[in-house]
Design a protein. Structure first.
Length: 284
């Protein structure tokens, strides 16, 4: 050693974790590509593993951070909990962060715990959920997704994100569907078969929608923060996104998972575009 890089931004560290987790699941040819991506970040496994190139894990990387051999920087754009404590938030965002990291309810339990008022919400998943979604190992306790409900947490969460038949109206459901497409055998279709349009907002068949809802009920938990006074939800949401960088969020944040997620969503949107509309079938 001696020339190894020992300082990374929090965003770079997340990318290193993601690539390391993918190496463990990949074939030899793909592993070489993943190691090349690590080297472009300035991280060489052999610098930290005594010359070994196999068997180095995310836990090994985190042990280097814990032991002070690798330092992680924190800034407002790319902070993470390990190096950016809750105190780095503004006062109102801190209150929201504590609530959204606090009590979590299954999607069935949520019906009796969510207020019918505006606020922020966070979707959480254990390591099994991250694995099912092929997101790698969770780098910390960050949520999978953070969003805002301008009118009602009930209508946005319980009646849209977690309801069958609403994938075309929910960016969260579309992201989950795209990542679970192969394992659940899901396919994209226009959300309005009679009059297809805005195919990027693809929907799914009733049976596929039901499969996705069942998966969400099994693997996800919900935490909410009802709006306090005249707190500006958008500003607080952006502050949380900048610190946590949840892997399923695409708007107002860039994460190590963004490129993969966009690619998989595009695949389902393409499926939707290629499906004949009911109107066109009726003209034959």
């Amino acid at each position: 050693m001696g020339t190894e890089r020992n300082y990374f931004t929090a965003e770079e560290a997340d990318r290193v974790r993601f690539l390391l987790s993918q190496i463990r699941r990949s074939e030899r040819k793909e592993q070489e590509s993943l190691r090349a991506q690590l080297r472009r970040l300035g991280f060489r496994i052999s610098d930290w593993s005594g010359g070994r190139t196999n068997g180095f894990t995310v836990s090994d990387f985190d042990d280097l951070i814990e032991g002070g051999q690798i330092s992680i920087g924190c800034d407002r754009v790319s902070g993470r909990r390990a190096s950016c404590e809750v105190g780095d938030f503004s006062a109102i965002a801190k209150a929201a962060a504590i609530a959204l990291g606090g009590p979590k309810f299954t999607l069935v339990e949520a019906a009796s715990h969510v207020d019918d008022k505006p606020g922020l919400y966070a979707l959480h998943g254990e390591a099994a959920a991250w694995s099912e979604l092929r997101l790698g190992d969770p780098p910390d306790e960050r949520p999978l997704y953070v969003g805002k409900a301008e009118a009602s947490l009930v209508s946005r969460d319980l009646q849209t994100h977690f309801a069958d038949g609403r994938t075309g109206s929910s960016t969260l459901r579309r992201s989950l569907a795209a990542l679970l497409r192969d394992s659940l055998e899901l396919r994209g279709q226009p959300r309005n078969l009679q009059n297809p349009g805005r195919l990027a907002n693809f929907g799914m068949s009733p049976s596929d929608d039901a499969k996705l809802t069942t998966w969400m009920q099994r693997y996800l938990k919900l935490a909410v923060w009802p709006q306090e006074g005249s707190a500006e939800l958008l500003a607080i949401e952006r502050e949380l996104l900048g610190q946590w960088r949840p892997p399923l969020n695409l708007k107002d944040v860039q994460t190590p998972w963004s490129r993969m997620l966009r690619s998989k969503r595009k695949l389902m949107a393409t499926e939707a575009a290629e499906m004949p509309s009911l109107a066109s079938l009726g003209s034959w």
